[in-house]
Design a binder for this molecule. Structure first.
Ligand code: ADP
Ligand code: ZN
Length: 612
């Protein structure tokens, strides 16, 4: 895939919003529903914006903030998020600031007086601070352009990042009834969305629902063999020098994986809730500021990572639902350039997930729901259908054709008639008394006279040796798929023993047949997408590309901001493609507004002249 970096602009009637889009942010045209949203809010109406990560939500409130008189108040759940957004706005010449507990008294005072004097276009605040009487009192004394509620799913119990402070935001409609409110989220879960509208009093707001497809992400799910080797091969082949996130289930595994990547020469940092706060913060900052860093993390790392150039998200463990999978993989490729979602999983993961669900304390409806979620993610993994079609269908979207940009589309997995071996597997479970795990069962099926098999007398069973012609690996794959389909269940104790589920009876009685996915030899884990690096810079452009990156790095370091706050990769790529030779030409590059042109135009022009 060649990244497309130029925006094709339809010349349109001038408007204040468009002017700002071009002069401040340096973009030629609005994207998707942005313009309609911006117009709604400028007109003073409420909006509920449901747009995937990378869709361009920020401009939907930043532009009205500059068009409407007064200060826009942005509610955001995380300090790091606020800091980066404010840094980026200041780079574009916007009068933006944030109030947070990290500021000392003097800094706070300075910002408050800017607010009271009407010298701020945007003010970012955490929800718990907004609802204090001091803050509400100050806000009642100034003109407010709008309220923007970012990461609005934090208000919902159904969401993954519920924040009790968000519930207090209902105060806004009562205290400031005439100020327009815009709530934004990337949550794809319909129930959470409905909940947001109710809890924020936005039932009458105009709803802007975008497709949740992420066309630049390539989805790949493969069988786990030697997970670390597979991960290393994947990173080396396709993401050498790229930033990425590797998700693991446990803290311990996070630490081990990060260590192992470093030993293998891939720069990696750990992140999980068990690390001291200052270490987490430092690792997060390094991930944002240094290029080509891999973050190995539990799900504690996630919300509010607005780093646009995360080039891959890898899962070494199965997420517990499709919602989580989509949320986590969605952190890749926010800038719209090619990115990979890569996952390996194996039979042990299936057993772990299923027994976790069994042992869960949840009762009744909630438990049934958990089970459905686990079943859904497993069927996504095992399916031979287009992954994107399955994902979007799950979120209630219809996609008529296979996407052509996932492993199952690019390299379709064959299915095979597996009725007979499946019946053998089930009867091996039954005949050995539902007390053994996969490894043992495979020994019996393959007719291995191991000490333990002989000791138990299982070498005399009718199924003993009946499956000698099926390889060990194939047997594991069969067992995994039987488990994933719920025909087999793990034991409650969690020791890995398997038992039959009632649903396997028709198959055992010969009333049903079963088609299973045939595992690819060598596995698709590291093949296809051509094994190409995600950002494919032509050989003759490499020198200039590296020089542009070095310049950006230097400027970012001088100011203590992440490189993407200076310019996004998309902007650097556009410079690479256009080879601008004057400031005038530089001005036409997407992502370079007037302020950035003035600050950095000459610097980058010099680099182009020197290296091109
Ligand atoms: P979100 O908050 O929805 O995840 P962002 O607001 O961070 O997305 O935008 C994602 C990327 O798209 C950013 O790199 C942003 O600069 C870029 N972008 C947003 N709107 C436009 C536009 N109209 N034209 C070009 N690029 C845009
Ligand atoms: Zn597909």
């Amino acid at each position: 895939m060649t990244p497309s970096v130029t925006t094709t602009a339809a010349p349109a009637t001038p408007s204040p919003a468009r002017d700002i889009l071009q002069s401040v942010f340096g973009y030629e045209s609005f994207r998707g529903p942005q313009e309609a949203i911006v117009d709604t809010v400028i007109a003073g109406n409420d909006a509920l914006v449901l747009m995937p990560t990378g869709g361009g939500k920020s401009l939907c409130f930043q532009i009205p903030a500059l068009v409407r008189p007064g200060t826009a108040v942005v509610i955001s759940p995380l300090i790091a998020l606020m800091q980066n957004q404010v840094a980026a706005l200041v780079q574009s010449g916007v009068r933006a600031a944030y109030l947070s507990s990290t500021l000392d008294w003097q800094q706070t005072q300075a910002i408050e007086s800017q607010l009271l004097d009407g010298r701020l276009d945007l003010l970012y605040i955490a929800p718990e601070r907004l609802v204090t009487s001091r803050m509400l009192d100050q806000l009642s004394r100034v003109q407010i352009a709008l309220f923007a509620i970012d990461e609005a799913h934090c208000v919902s119990h159904w969401g993954h990042d519920f924040r009790v402070d968000y519930l207090g935001l209902s105060v806004l409609q009562n205290q400031f009834p005439s100020v327009p409110r815009i709530a934004l989220t990337a949550t794809a879960d319909p129930r959470t969305r409905a909940d947001i509208a109710v809890r924020l009093g936005l039932e009458k707001a105009e709803v802007f629902l975008s497709s949740f497809d992420r066309p630049n992400i390539f989805y790949r799910i493969a069988q786990k063999q030697k997970a670390m080797d597979q991960l290393e091969a994947f990173i080396r082949r396709e993401h050498s020098g790229d930033a990425g996130i590797v998700y693991c289930l446990s803290r311990n595994k996070v630490e081990k994986t990060a260590e192992s990547l470093n030993q293998r020469g891939i720069k990696a940092l750990p992140y999980h809730a068990g690390l001291p706060g200052h270490v987490r913060e430092e690792n997060q900052t390094r991930f944002l500021r240094e290029e080509g860093m891999v973050m190995v993390a539990t799900i504690a790392f996630g919300m509010g990572i607005d780093k646009p150039n995360v080039r891959f998200v890898a899962h070494l463990d199965l997420p517990k639902s499709i919602e989580s999978y989509y949320q986590e993989t969605g952190r890749a490729g926010r800038d719209g350039l090619a990115a990979n979602a890569w996952m390996v999983y194996g039979i042990a993961d299936v057993i772990k997930l299923k027994s976790m669900m069994d042992q869960s304390e949840a009762a009744g409806e909630f438990k049934r729901e958990e089970k459905n979620k686990v079943d859904a993610i497993l069927s996504l993994c095992e399916s031979v259908q287009c992954r994107r079609q399955l994902l979007l269908t799950h979120f209630g979207e219809h996609m008529p054709e296979p996407c052509g940009h996932c492993d199952n589309c690019v390299e379709p997995a064959p299915t095979w008639e597996a009725t007979e071996p499946s019946r053998l597997a089930l009867s091996a479970v039954y005949r050995t008394g539902s007390r053994y795990g996969v490894e043992y069962l495979v020994e019996v099926l393959r007719g291995e006279r191991s000490e333990r098999v002989v000791a138990k007398g299982h070498d005399t069973l009718a199924v003993f040796g009946k499956g000698a012609d099926v390889s060990e690996k194939e047997w594991r794959s069969i067992f995994r798929q039987l488990l994933a389909r719920g025909l087999l269940l793990p034991d409650i104790e969690g020791f890995g023993a398997l038992r039959l589920d009632d649903s396997c009876r028709p198959l055992l009685r010969g009333e049903e047949t079963l088609m299973l996915r045939r595992e690819q030899s060598k596995t698709a884990a590291s093949r296809k997408t051509g094994g190409k690096p995600a950002l494919d810079i032509a050989a003759e452009d490499r020198v200039l590309w590296e020089a542009l990156r070095a310049k950006r790095r230097q400027l970012a370091q001088e100011q203590g901001v992440p490189p993407y706050v200076i310019f996004h990769d998309t902007t650097l790529l556009a410079i690479l493609e256009a080879h601008p030779v004057s400031l005038h030409e530089m001005r036409h590059i997407a992502g370079i507004g007037e302020s950035k042109l003035e600050r950095y135009g000459e610097d980058f022009l010099a680099v182009v002249t020197e290296y091109a």
